[in-house]
Design a protein around this ligand. Structure first.
Ligand code: NAP
Length: 524
């Protein structure tokens, strides 16, 4: 006997039958296919414990019959409506929940105990939300005030883990959608990480290095009270790269008087992991390769549309070049370039220097390379022309909702049959429906871009061991994890009667791992 259940049992003078709790320690503990009969029993008994029932009087419990699909659909619709009412003005959060909960109807039809335990109702409510003022002084001596956030969405399977986003569009709803997605993504990685997210409406664009440093220090002055290597381990996201992680880590170390793996994405000489910067982009390409392999194809010779020109985009392009594919587009928030001859290693080196060092605009790529044309963003259009070129693969790697229904139709019309999402929730719900209806290989973000957080998990492991693995070792582990995620999504989709639907596969496999942990841990 052991674990939390054991402690409860001892305190309650509980019956020996229940002390065994085989499902809490057995080899199938992390298996999403584990039979639920025992979990169901545990939940009811733990519920009785928390509600003051005499546990030794526990009797066999009758469970409700499996609800019919219509009843489950009604429940799901009501749940979504309630979430909208309870969380007004958070459209991205509503969208993320809706996309997941629709897949979960399949689980609730088979396993009604999740509904009885109100697992989904608990999952959509963050465990904690911290909002704080971030005052700092700019180069002109003016006081600036931004808003900081950190959301702990779920710690069911490990400490909160998820990035920090610095972008003027950041608000509570966007961070809640990202934190919610992160819970499922982290569960898929096979590593013990809960889900969180944070950030600020601060815009690093156009700021000097000193201004960015002062902002990061002011942000960490408050955040440092709430994070820690066993509590919450933030990382980068939009607007937070190596420079920002350095400033944040330096301030945490000074304030807490300790050198610990409290952030990931650190510099290689001070606790970072090789391959972490590359991991999200590489992982999205590995995921696409895995999907293609199911049709006995690979990426060689494939034309690929890539959006964004930041961390994820750059390393997506690099891995596509490695694997013999041809990336022909990249973008930023002002527009995109189309380079029909393909982005070569030389051009990619220019792009990385332009974006990571000069902090310039993507239009300068077309100034430098005459083979490319630049198209400025036109916000009056109902679609993004970047997605309207002939290609076989698409890697949206900029931001949420960058592919709408019209973009999805354009992609399909142009011959795209592989979409691997590097960004978080880049395709809106109508776009996803088109991809699924068309039966293309569609890798949703929480599976396809999980390589970044997985490698953050590997960085945490190296920090704990006070060791560093080689580039080859980390890359091999990353590839193994992407393969495992692909396999889990595929097998789960099949098991739930929707073969080839990676959306259902990712949502259900991620959900069951977290939900089963919550059932084991009682109502907390
Ligand atoms: P990044 O390095 O800051 O790059 C973001 C890129 O997207 C930039 O080119 C940026 O253009 C563009 N962009 C940002 N907001 C935009 C908007 N509203 N409209 C059009 N373009 C926009 O960020 P990143 O780390 O590559 O992240 C990109 C996406 O991947 C995000 O969805 C992020 O959540 C997701 N993701 C990142 C990681 C990771 O490890 N970094 C892991 C998983 C998922 P500007 O320079 O003009 O702003």
């Amino acid at each position: 006997m052991g674990g939390d259940g054991g402690a409860l049992v001892r305190r309650s003078g509980f019956s020996p039958v229940l002390e065994s709790r085989p499902d809490a320690r057995g080899p199938h503990r992390w298996d999403v296919d584990a039979p639920l009969r025992l979990r169901r029993r545990n939940f009811v008994l733990l519920f009785q414990a928390s509600s003051g029932h005499i546990l030794t009087n526990a009797r066999p419990v009758r469970f409700p019959p499996t609800p019919n699909p219509e009843a489950v659909q009604d429940y799901v619709s009501e749940l979504i409506d309630e979430i909208k009412v309870k969380n007004p003005a958070e459209p991205e959060f509503h969208q993320a929940v809706q996309e997941v909960v629709r897949s979960l109807a399949l689980v609730l039809e088979r396993d009604p105990e999740y509904r009885k335990a109100k697992i989904i109702e608990r999952m959509v409510e963050p465990e904690r939300v911290i909002m704080f003022r971030v005052p700092w002084v700019d180069d002109a001596g003016e006081v600036q005030v931004n808003r900081g956030y950190r959301i702990g969405m779920s710690s069911a399977i490990g400490p909160y883990k998820g990035g920090l986003r610095f972008h003027p569009s950041v608000n509570l709803g966007i961070l809640k959608f990202l934190a919610f997605e992160q819970v499922f993504k982290n569960a898929l990685t096979t590593l013990p990480m809960g889900g969180g997210k944070g950030g600020s409406d601060f815009d690093p664009k156009g700021k000097s290095d000193l201004e960015v440093m002062r902002f990061c220090q002011a942000f960490m002055a408050e955040l440092s009270r709430h994070i820690g290597p066993y509590r919450d381990v933030p990382a980068g996201d939009i607007g937070v790269g190596g420079r920002e992680i350095g400033f944040l880590f330096g301030m945490y170390k000074k304030l807490r008087n300790e050198f610990t793996g409290v952030l990931t994405g650190k510099g290689i000489t001070w606790g970072g992991s090789l391959i972490r910067p590359e991991a999200t982009g590489y992982g999205a390409v590995y995921f696409a390769a895995e999907m293609l392999q199911t049709r006995n194809e690979d990426l060689t010779g494939k034309t690929c549309l890539v959006s964004g020109s930041g961390n994820v985009s750059q390393y997506t392009v690099e891995k596509l070049i490695d694997l013999g594919a041809k990336a022909v587009t990249v973008s930023d928030s002002n527009g995109y370039i189309f380079d029909e001859s393909g982005i070569t290693r030389e051009k990619l080196a220019f792009l990385m220097e332009l974006k990571n060092v000069q902090r310039g605009r993507i239009s300068e790529y077309a100034d430098k390379f005459p083979s490319a044309t630049y198209t400025a963003l036109d916000s009056t259009l109902d679609h993004n022309p970047l997605w309207d070129h002939k290609a076989e693969c698409a890697f949206p790697s900029a931001t949420q909702n960058e592919i709408n229904a019209k973009d999805a139709a354009n992609l399909l019309r142009n011959g795209v049959y592989v979409v691997s999402e590097g960004a978080n929730m880049p395709t809106d719900i109508a776009g996803i429906e088109q991809f699924l209806d068309a039966g293309i290989l569609f890798g949703p973000a929480k599976a396809a871009n999980a390589g970044g957080v997985a490698t953050s998990g590997l960085e945490m492991a190296q920090n704990s061991m006070r060791l560093s693995w080689t580039r080859e070792e980390v890359d091999a582990r990353l590839q193994g994890i992407m393969k495992a995620i692909h396999q889990a999504c595929r097998a789960t989709a099949e098991q739930y009667g929707t073969p080839g639907n990676y959306v259902n596969g990712a949502n259900i496999a991620g959900f069951k791992k977290v939900a089963n942990a919550m059932m084991d841990q009682g109502v907390v």
